[in-house]
Design a protein around this ligand. Structure first.
Ligand SMILES: [Zn+2]
Length: 406
């Protein structure tokens, strides 16, 4: 079966007759006499489009039929209904550019470097060919890209010929084939790029390489015996350039410098950040030691002591502070958070104090944590001054009462 979309890949609308319309899990599978909507195949994703006003979400091929999937509860058609098919042309033309582009890329890698294509992938962002090669150098990418673009500029024609399966031409070795699905029968299509190659393929293709506009190779991705050469064709290059240029303008403003200085400016920033982190860590350590010494020298010795920091520093401060504390009979209520109120809580004291106060303080600060022995650690979400006051009162109350009892 050669579908209408394969007969004329530039046909955007077509009227035909519904053969069956069957209920499935979430909608209906509609089979028509013929279709202008391409069912997925040959690496090319299926078309999107409409049957009358019903949106077609996917089209799949089963034997000689194309199955159009339409969402809904009510059957959209009855067998024998006339139906007007339309395709989402923007999506289809994009697929045609990538697919015909792939044929060209595959042919030129084979011709110039002897690298055959093991498989290919048409992605939403970019596409790739998996080459039977260990690696492809930057120079080779540029060379193949140049030849492909020369053939595009030369307006090289692309034609489709239909053969019967037993035609000797198909076995002559002139035509690239990569195994056909078992349920294919009837005439076979061969897509030819004039003077370059012939390839058995069910996809929809451009009529002339000029319709590809241009080919751009991106990167070579090597993983597990694969050598994936990523590429863009046609409008995708324009889209990518627009994205890159918009980002470049933002970088100009953020870095206060033109594109040629972006890398240097970012490297400089990284060096500055690293050195500031280093000096901030040093200062934080010195401050923690200083705070601990201050408390060690207090007279009379405090029963409890609180430090609430709001600089969002890491746990280093608290750890250094506790290491340098020499008081054995003091309860510490330490928090460290940022402007959002998120941060950490650490209680340090006698196990019975931790057991009594830990959970309550943690709950007031909307935290999640656990107490073990002389420590209670928690991640908290609400380090607001009013909540800290409430905790402080709880602690004061506990120690005043203990004092009275003594
Ligand atoms: Zn193909």
């Amino acid at each position: 079966m050669v579908f209408k979309c394969q007969e004329d890949s530039f046909l955007k609308e077509f009227s035909t007759t519904v053969i069956t319309c069957e209920k499935t899990d979430h909608g209906f599978n509609v089979i028509c006499e013929d279709t202008v909507l391409f069912p997925e195949g040959g690496g090319q994703p299926s078309d999107h489009g409409w049957l009358n006003d019903y949106e077609v979400k996917s089209v799949t091929r089963k034997g000689p039929d194309a199955i159009h999937f339409v969402e809904g509860e009510q059957a959209p058609f009855l067998a024998g209904d006339r139906v007007h098919q339309r395709i989402n042309w923007e999506r289809r033309f994009d697929h045609m550019q990538q697919h015909s582009g792939q044929h060209l890329i595959t042919a030129i890698y084979d011709k110039e470097l002897g690298y055959s294509t093991r498989s290919w992938w048409l992605g939403a962002e970019d596409s790739y060919v998996d080459l039977d090669a260990k690696d492809v150098t930057r120079e080779q990418l540029e060379e193949v890209e140049k030849i492909c673009n020369q053939l595009i500029v030369a307006c090289t024609p692309v034609t489709v010929d239909v053969y019967q399966p037993n035609d000797p031409e198909l076995k002559s070795g002139n035509t690239r084939t990569r195994g056909l699905p078992d349920d294919i029968s009837g005439p076979l299509r061969v897509v030819a790029i004039d003077g370059i190659e012939k390839n058995m393929c069910c996809g929809t293709h451009v009529k002339n390489l000029a319709q590809l506009q241009a080919i751009k190779f991106l990167n070579v991705e090597k993983s597990k015996n694969k050598c994936l050469v990523h590429f863009l064709v046609g409008n995708r290059i324009v889209r990518k350039l627009t994205e890159c240029y918009d980002r470049e303008i933002q970088f100009n403003n953020l870095l206060n410098g033109g594109p040629s200085s972006h890398i240097d400016l970012i490297k400089k920033l990284q060096v500055t950040v690293k050195s500031m982190q280093k000096s901030s860590k040093k200062l934080s350590t010195e401050l923690a030691v200083h705070e601990a010494e201050k408390i060690n020298s207090l007279d009379p010795k405090p029963k409890f002591y609180a430090i609430h920091r709001t600089d969002g520093a890491d746990s280093d401060f608290i750890n250094v502070f506790l290491r340098n504390i020499k008081l054995t009979d003091c309860f510490f209520f330490l928090t460290n958070g940022d402007e959002s109120g998120k941060g950490q809580l650490l209680l340090y004291g006698k196990p019975e104090e931790i057991a009594l106060l830990g959970e309550d303080i943690c709950n007031i600060l909307d935290g999640k944590g656990t107490g073990k022995g002389s420590r209670f650690n928690a991640k908290v979400n609400k380090l607001k001054p009013s909540n800290l006051d409430q905790c402080q009162k709880l602690v004061e109350q506990y120690f005043n009462l203990s004092t009275v009892e003594k």
